[in-house]
Design a protein around this ligand. Structure first.
Ligand SMILES: *Cc1c(COP(=O)(O)O)cnc(C)c1O
Length: 464
């Protein structure tokens, strides 16, 4: 056997190659509360319950209790009533998947559809893909990036099983106008899901957040991720339904085999007690007052960063962010080069490709850990913009861009994809080029279906 110490040392050495998950330098993917001792508490709670199986809550009543506590906390925060019920899931995507599944199976519709503002999270496209539901995508207001209520309402028809709004959207951090859309859903008898995966643990504490929760008539379900702004370890989200009837079609029972009757509330069957125990412990430890402080801290840091960005020549914040996310674009520097320059200064900011009215931009997820360090971030951002302005333009010949734009993903062989990836600088397996601007420029030229196929091929190269 290899000694435990050696194994852990090996793991630590592998982890050293990752982006930092703490300290506020990685402005996507990770959420740092900077609360001392929180990681340790979560790890110990996780260890206490990781061998317990949520598959059978009657065998392991501790998990039943933990899940009901967590759901009750989320429901209380989000305007729930005594009727509100919920489920702890593995993450935001699973919460969104289950909201769509429950909506699809609640009605018998020949060709069911969901109405999505174009800014809705890709998780809903995944749900549509998995569950055979059509997406009806509705353009958003090109200036504010908020859903256009009239356009969303006009898109509802007899096949609509669910309308989705975001609080806020991931890409731009703006909250959709929930009340008029939810009211129309109520009138038409259509479910209305509020995707508060990223805002649901911040907006309830924000002094002037737009209305978005169960207090808005017509809202039938809400997703909120604990592994985002509740600062719990990865692997927990909550899907709330306004009542138990709405939730019922989300459940699965399978008695047509000789084993135990499979009875599941989520897509998983065996479910580790670790994530829910860790989340329960973190929620208990931080409490409402702690979350209010953390939310206000992150919101204030976002304000400082946003105003700093607006004061940098050449940068423009997209829309008016309502929460802790900021997206900014530029008309005179290449934002993909700015991202590389920030990376060279040990910051990770997330490139977002242009889509419909949204130009190419950089996304920031601001957390409590950014508080107090805004000036350093902004100074490096200013320097990165200057460096991007001084740099040669990204060297991708116009004819290559034109070639990529014209490619039809359905007509390409796996070998041709491999060639394209190599040409884009993604041919080296797991080794990414140090600077990604060229790759991003080529990917940006590819229309979404081609970009999807290219990146699927890339994923296949990464994983053995
Ligand atoms: C993060 C996010 C999701 C998906 O959540 P995962 O936990 O990454 O699966 C869905 N919707 C919104 C608005 C999000 O921010």
């Amino acid at each position: 056997m290899t000694s435990a110490d050696d194994v852990l040392a090996e793991l630590a050495a592998l982890r050293a190659g990752d982006l930092p998950t703490h300290g506020g330098r990685t402005l996507a993917y990770v959420y740092d509360s900077a609360v001392p001792g929180l990681d340790d508490l979560a790890a110990r709670a996780h260890a206490l319950a990781s061998s317990v199986n949520g598959l059978d809550p009657t065998a392991f009543p501790s998990l039943l209790r933990l899940e009901n506590d967590v759901v009750a906390t989320a429901a209380r925060l989000l305007g729930g009533t005594s009727e509100t019920v919920g489920t702890v899931t593995s993450g935001g995507t699973e919460s969104c998947l289950l909201a769509v599944l429950a909506a699809r199976d609640a009605r018998s519709v020949e060709s069911p559809s969901i109405v999505l503002p174009e800014t809705a999270h890709a998780a809903f496209h995944k749900a549509a893909h998995y569950f055979g539901v059509r997406v009806v995508a509705v353009p958003v207001d090109p200036k504010t990036f908020r859903a256009d209520p009239a356009a969303v309402i006009a898109a509802i028809d007899d096949t609509t099983v669910l309308v989705v709004v975001s609080a806020p959207s991931y890409a731009h951090g703006v909250v959709d106008p929930v009340p008029p859309i939810a009211a129309a859903c109520l009138e038409r008898g259509v479910r209305c899901h509020v995707d508060a995966c990223i805002g649901g643990w911040v907006l309830p504490f924000a002094p002037d957040a737009p209305p978005f929760d169960f207090s808005v008539p017509g809202v039938t379900s809400i997703s909120v991720d604990l592994h985002k702004y509740a600062y719990c370890p990865k692997g927990t989200s909550v899907l709330l339904h306004a009542n138990a009837d709405l939730r019922r079609p989300q459940y699965f029972a399978g008695a047509a085999w000789p084993g135990y009757t499979m009875l599941n509330s989520t897509t998983q069957s065996t479910r580790s007690g670790g994530p829910v125990a860790a989340a329960w412990a973190v929620l208990r430890h931080i409490g409402d007052d702690g979350y209010r402080t953390l939310a206000l801290t992150a919101l204030e840091s976002t304000r400082v960063i946003r105003e700093g960005i607006e004061s940098i020549d050449g940068l423009r914040v997209l829309g008016e962010p309502d929460s802790t996310l900021v997206a900014f674009a530029s008309e005179d520097v290449d934002v993909f080069v700015v991202a590389d320059e920030m990376r060279a200064r040990n910051w990770y900011v997330q490139p977002q490709f242009a889509h419909r009215s949204s130009p190419a931009n950089l996304h920031l997820t601001v957390t409590a850990a950014n508080a107090g360090a805004e000036a350093g971030f902004l100074a490096d951002l200013r320097a990165s913009v200057d460096a991007a302005r001084a740099a040669e333009p990204v060297d991708v010949p116009a004819e290559v861009v034109a070639f990529v734009e014209a490619l039809d993903p359905d007509a390409l062989t796996p070998q041709e994809f491999a060639g394209l990836l190599a040409a884009a600088g993604l041919g080296g397996g797991a080794v990414l080029p140090e600077r990604m601007a060229t790759v991003n420029t080529l990917l940006a030229a590819a229309r979404p279906p081609l970009r999807e196929r290219l990146l699927v091929e890339f994923l296949g190269m990464l994983y053995s």
